[in-house]
Structure formats: structure tokens, C-alpha cells
Design a protein around this ligand. Structure first.
Ligand code: SF4
Ligand code: SF4
Length: 438
């Protein structure tokens, strides 16, 4: 590699890494908009969760083993093959060629051969995924929230992965000195295409594939923060910081808990809170983990496909809840950073997620149970619903009656406590009658 090429390489690499750093900083800043929550307890369990769910695709392999295994190929293949990127970077900066080969010897050839097999598996898996997504009428890929950009995004990334892996294989195949010396399991079959070319033409092909692969990786790096594929990075922290409480355990709102405490204990005075907030109005009222969840969503739709509200024709889709939360967070982030003006009409998270959607949730936890990266859409729904009920007094009439009954009678029914046993009076008469008859 000549000196000019090295300079160009360093500039392109620097620009690509700089923009990636800017994007990741933006996402980090946005996640920090959320309320603080301590999720640092029980570290061994957290590492176990991360290994099981993010690395091992634990839920995917359990529910759909074939799809799970294909995901493992794509994921591991992508991560491991990019170890080769380290060599590309060193070669690009230092002007060397396959710098690791003299150092690693036979291990190098073995590793590249292994990467090639993984690359081929990635290509096959991506073709199957493209077919499933576009040709098979799978319900969870047809939902309204997947129209437009999410549909395009899902396809584009699969195509890019195929192209990047192909460039890698072409690069190895066109490297005639390498092919004459090593026995490559995949590129060895493509090598005959380059075998009869002149030395300089084969070299040109190898250089073109090398640059294409490198530029493609940089492009991918900068595309991912704007794509649902951000989960390939965030799945790790998201599974690590999974809430370890039992799924059905609701968090008490401390404001409500203090009010109840004051009712039960007149000597207790609740601490004064400036601008108290009951429930969630906007993304600032969610925790940072809820916001990390939103950025980690793979848009796979498994939550929606098991949601009893959605499958019985209600408007609610937990996947849409996560996508809406992310979209609103992006908007708030841009406004705060001065990259976007305040909208003329005031907006909040309820502008994105409607009352009808929120009220449809049965709090069954099925969405939480099935999510491959341990996202909790229900927590967002329940807390937004709390805002509707407690701050907006916007609960359905039937719910309001139930709340009044609980407040006045200590039970959801409209009977005074003294009348609760009345239902048994008739029973007593009936049983007396029966006894007399006997
Ligand atoms: S908890 Fe709510 S959103 Fe989640 S699956 Fe059940 S009904 Fe659907
Ligand atoms: S919340 Fe989980 S299950 Fe639902 S679409 Fe996102 S990643 Fe898939």
C-alpha cells in the first residue's frame, strides 16, 4: 500500500470513528434523560442473564430453535469475522498486507478459514431472513407500525450483511499469493475465477474488495445508531440491567405510598415534593432502563404476536409502544440539543401512544416473558396509564366507579362493608328449608 493510500485510509477511518462516537454520545445523552434507578445488585445473576439472553439467544432458541440458531450464526459470525477488521486497520495504517499471518502462522489460516465458514452461514441465514420477511406472510412482519422506514431498515441491513460478507470472500479469493499457500474452505471455490487473470488485475480485485469491505464496515458502524440494529450493541447492557424482581411485582409510586402511610399513621408527614408527578407523561418520567429498552428493541414483534389485547383485535401493540417511546425520545433529545425547534402544538409521549392503546393492556406480562432482549413494554404502559388516571382523571367510567368503591367500601363492589355477608342470608334460608324437608 502506498503512502497516499495510507493517508486516505487514516482520514476515512478517523472521520468514520468520529461520527460513530458522536452518534453513541447522542444516544447516551438521550438515555440519561430518564429517571435514575439502581440496577446494580446481584452482579453474578446479571452476568448470567447477559450470557444467556444476549450471547446465547436463550429465548429465541427456546421458542423457535431454528430461527434462534440462524440468529446465533448471524450474530457470532458478524462479531467474530470483524476480528479481521483489526488486521485491516493495522494493514491500512501501516501499509502492510496480512500483518498477522507471519506472527500466527497455521493458526492464522485456520482462523480465516473458520471466519469464511461463518461468513457463508451469515449469507445463507440473511437470505432466509429476507425470504421470511418479504415472501412469507408472517403476521408479526405485517403490522402497521412496520410500514415505511422500519420495513426498509430491516431489509437494508440484511442486504448489507450479505454484501459485506461477499466482499470478504472475494478479497480472500482474489489474493493469489494467499490462495496458492493456504487452503481456504469457501474462497478456495471462488479462487478459480481469479486464477487465470493477470497478476495486476487480480490485485486490483483484491484491493477493491478490501476497500469496499472496509468502507462498508464504517458505513455500517454509522448506520447502526439510526437503525433497529442498534440492538447488536445494546442487547448486552440491556440484558445485564434486566430488572431482577419477579415480573408481576409492581413498583409502588412513592408519592402514593406516602399518602397511604399518612392516612394510616397521622404522625407521619409526607416529605414535600416540588411538581409531583403521578405516572408517566413524557419520556423524562420514564427510567433510564425504560429508555435503554426503547433503543434496544429489535422490532421483532414477538411481544405483539403473544399480546392477548392485540390478538383479539385491540389497537395495542407492545412493539409499537417501544418504537413510539424511542421516536419521542429522539424528538426530545433533538429539541434539548437545539437541533429541532419546539413543536407549535405541545407534545408528549401520550401524543404517540393513545389512551385506547393504554387501556387495552391486561397486564398479563406475556410481552415481557417473550422478549428476546428482556424489554418490558408493560412497565411503560402501566405508568402511562397511571398518569391518565391520577393526573388527567381520564379513566373509563367503570374504572372510576370501581375506584370510588375501593375508597368508600374497601372493595371493588358497590356494597357497604356491613352488607358484604348479605349474599349468604338466602343460602341460610335455603339450607334451613332443605333441613326441614329432610
Ligand atoms: S402485558 Fe399488556 S401489552 Fe404486554 S402482552 Fe399483556 S396485554 Fe399485551
Ligand atoms: S419489545 Fe422485545 S419482543 Fe417486542 S419487538 Fe421489541 S425486541 Fe421484539
Amino acid at each position: 500500500m502506498d503512502f497516499i493510500a495510507q493517508i486516505v485510509f487514516i482520514i476515512v477511518l478517523g472521520v468514520g470513528v468520529y461520527f460513530f462516537y458522536k452518534s453513541i454520545s447522542r444516544i447516551r445523552r438521550n438515555i440519561q434523560i430518564g429517571k435514575d434507578i439502581d440496577l446494580t445488585d446481584n452482579k453474578p445473576q446479571r452476568w448470567k442473564n447477559m450470557l444467556r439472553f444476549a450471547v446465547g439467544q436463550g429465548k429465541m432458541t427456546k421458542i423457535k430453535p431454528i430461527a434462534g440458531i440462524l440468529h446465533i450464526f448471524v450474530y457470532l459470525g458478524f462479531v467474530l469475522i470483524n476480528i479481521e477488521v483489526a488486521e485491516i486497520i493495522i494493514d491500512g495504517i501501516a501499509g502492510t498486507h496480512r500483518v498477522f499471518r507471519p506472527v500466527l502462522g497455521g493458526l492464522y489460516d485456520f482462523s480465516i478459514g473458520f471466519f469464511e465458514i461463518l461468513g457463508l452461514l451469515v449469507i445463507i441465514s440473511c437470505i432466509i431472513f429476507l425470504f421470511r420477511r418479504n415472501a412469507m406472510k408472517i403476521y408479526r412482519f405485517q403490522s402497521p407500525e412496520l410500514k415505511g422506514w422500519p420495513f426498509f431498515d430491516a431489509n437494508v441491513i440484511l442486504v448489507v450483511e450479505i454484501v459485506l460478507m461477499t466482499a470478504l470472500l472475494v478479497m480472500n479469493a482474489a489474493d493469489r499469493h494467499f490462495q496458492q499457500d493456504a487452503n481456504m474452505p469457501v474462497s478456495g471455490f471462488i479462487y478459480p475465477l481469479f486464477q487465470n487473470m493477470s497478476e495486476s488485475t487480480a490485485y486490483m480485485w483484491m484491493q477493491a474488495a478490501w476497500w469496499f469491505h472496509f468502507a462498508g464496515i464504517l458505513w455500517f458502524l454509522n448506520y447502526v445508531p439510526y437503525s433497529k440494529h442498534l440492538h447488536i450493541i445494546l442487547a448486552f447492557p440491556n440484558t445485564y440491567f434486566t430488572n431482577l424482581n419477579p415480573k408481576a411485582k409492581f413498583q409502588n409510586n412513592p408519592l402514593v405510598a406516602n399518602e397511604v402511610k399518612a392516612m394510616m399513621d397521622p404522625s407521619f408527614t409526607p416529605p414535600a415534593v416540588e411538581n409531583p408527578r403521578f405516572g408517566v407523561k413524557d419520556v423524562e418520567d420514564l427510567t433510564w432502563k425504560n429508555l435503554l429498552d426503547a433503543y434496544s428493541c429489535t422490532e421483532c414483534g414477538r411481544c405483539t404476536s403473544v399480546c392477548p389485547a392485540n390478538t383479539t383485535g385491540k389497537l395495542l401493540s407492545p412493539r409499537k409502544v417501544m418504537m413510539d417511546t424511542r421516536d419521542r425520545l429522539e424528538e426530545v433529545g433533538k429539541i434539548r440539543a437545539g437541533a429541532m425547534p419546539e413543536p407549535a402544538e405541545p407534545k408528549d409521549l401520550h401524543t404517540y401512544i393513545t389512551r385506547e392503546e393504554l387501556l387495552a393492556c391486561t397486564t398479563c406480562n406475556a410481552c415481557v416473558e417473550v422478549c428476546p432482549v428482556n424489554i418490558n413494554p408493560m412497565e411503560i404502559i402501566v405508568n402511562m396509564r397511571q398518569y391518565l388516571v391520577m393526573e388527567q382523571s381520564n379513566a373509563p367510567q367503570e374504572w372510576n366507579m370501581m375506584f370510588s368503591n375501593i375508597e368508600n367500601n374497601g372493595a371493588p363492589w358497590q356494597f357497604a362493608q356491613s352488607e358484604r355477608g348479605n349474599w349468604a342470608l338466602d343460602l341460610e334460608k335455603e339450607s334451613n328449608k332443605e333441613e326441614n324437608q329432610i
